[in-house]
Design a protein. Sequence first.
Lengths: 282, 425
Amino acid sequence: MAQTPGTVLLNEMTNVFLILTTLAYLLSLGFYVHYLYSGREFAGRFGTLLLALGVVAHYFALLERSRGSHTVPYHDLYGSMSLFGWLLALTYLGLELYHRQRSVGAFVLPFILVFFLAAHLAPADRLAPPPARGPAFAFHVTLSILAYAAFALSFVVSMIFLAEARHLRNRKLGTVVWRLPSLELLDRMSRSSVLIGLISITIGTILGFVWVDRLTGQYSFYDPKYVITLFVLLLYAVYSWLARSAAWRGARASKLCIFNFVIVVLSFTVVNLYLSHSHRYF
Amino acid sequence: MEIVLVGLNHRTAPVEVRERVSFTTEQARRAAEELRARGILEETLVLSTCNRSEVYGVPPEASHESAVGLSSFLSEFHSVRPDLLSGSLYHHYDREAVRHLFRVSAGLDSMLLGEAEILGQVREAYRFAHEHGATGPVLNRLFQGALEVGKRVRTETELGTRPMSVASAGVKLAERIFGKLNERSALVLGAGTISEQVVEQLRSRGIAHLFVMNRSRERAEKLAQQFGGKIVGWGEWETALKGPDVVVASLSAEEPVLRREMLVRAMAARGNRALLLMDLGLPRNIEAAAAELYNVYVYNVDDLADIVQQNRQARESEIPRAEAIVEEHLAKFLSWQASVELVGLVEELRSRLRSERGAFLSSRLETMNHLSAADIRRIETLMDDLLKKLLLEPAERLRGERELRRKIQNVEALRDLFLRDREKL
């Protein structure tokens, strides 16, 4: 029988990685904020470096924990939230390196930190393990959570877009606005992270069906999670299309992106907790 | 005293004086050569920009005379009456000269605080002087320090990052919206001083296409040639507003030329691509209501001036940080200078003591006939050991310990104490 999360938390190695991860993320946030205000290049570089260290430590924290509990890390609320935070950090890091733009870090890091810490405050869960596991299931969960992380990132970027556009329109430019990415770049960042999300959620959902098919030999279409996931997929596909189209280009597309994420959060919370019977934590 | 600086800048001299004392590169080379040929300076470097003309040098003899000689050389070289120059020229020595140069290359002494060009000009002046062999160890070290200060101030402080002119504020705004401008295009309506500056800046930021529209065809052709742009016929708004991302308007017209309805149609035609309108006309060229349109950003001269004002304050708040960098490098340079001088002093002292030792021993040992040749050699070795202990070890420490060098501020005094009495002996 697997150990309960309570005993796992006492695991010394887990604690070391926990502290390391928290420290790295906190310091990284500090450096990113400093970078945003001072514009000093070294602060930005330290932010990135510490975030990368945090990602590594976070990975080992997840690994240690799943070893301790003899299960995949996303089997419970703790795991899925922590994994979400990790994938968000990873996606952001990728986006930062791809677009060579560090000033968004200060806005993303709080989300990563909140998910990482909240995962540890979440109540221990003793749900029976899913009936079968395997690569299809693992990829289904990981890719779905990656998609949500990418959507979360596009949400943050869209919020920054709206704030910056508002400042530019009101002709009030403080220190921070000069340091933010250009509207054009924010737009591209948002679109590229939505693209990552769309690809992952599509593959993830297909794998989910494959897994259910292997497990039970039949599809069940009664789960509201399927409906809302398809809805989310559709919404983001619409966003991807509209963000390049004439009427929606710019602030409207960003608002749509923010609205979409609200639906994702609903799917994550209301649907998972009250409506769905097979999707509790992701 | 080792470094001398004589010069004038925008603060001390009006443009009529500055232009008479400025150096072309050829003149700078000639002046440096003459200064060294006449023995006024051993190392020279001429820094001449539109806001300053300065001669840095290392005189053969350390004295305030060198600045006087340098001043009269300047008035002679440029055939300017000495009394005309005397009120404008400033003289600095050593510490103050070094600090002055470091502040100059940091952009702290510039007319436009923190401007970037000066660092390039300092680099170029140094490269030129170095290539012609006008500099030596002191000026090399000094100017390398100055370039380092300039670089650090620009990377570590905000002194040079924010736009400081209306034109650059407009262009930076364009970059806020569009990112890199090398795939963007701009339409220039009419012409004016500021709009020309904006176009200049847009071009330096690599804008892909420029279009020019003007009431007079003749003027449009002239502008198109000047800016390297294409002409759009007057009044063809539909086509004119469809392509460009930035519109720079400075038409002289009683009424706004770009009306809201025109821009509504234009935005529909351009598929709502963002449009930045810079209204530099007075009275304004763009109807105020246009600013409400989706994805349209309108800035007039006052808006841009406001941004410049905010940035000026932000830049000024960075001065202490830049000054701190200057002071840090000043201390570093002075410490280096002191170490070089100290090492020289110790060498001199040692060679002097060595010769004294020879004279001293031969005079004293003359009367001691009982000593064998081996004894004499031994006594010599003992005295050498003593001198070595007394002098070599401190010399080694001076090389190694920066703090010690910092404490010994006045090498000149040491020299006076140990070596100056030689002449009297």
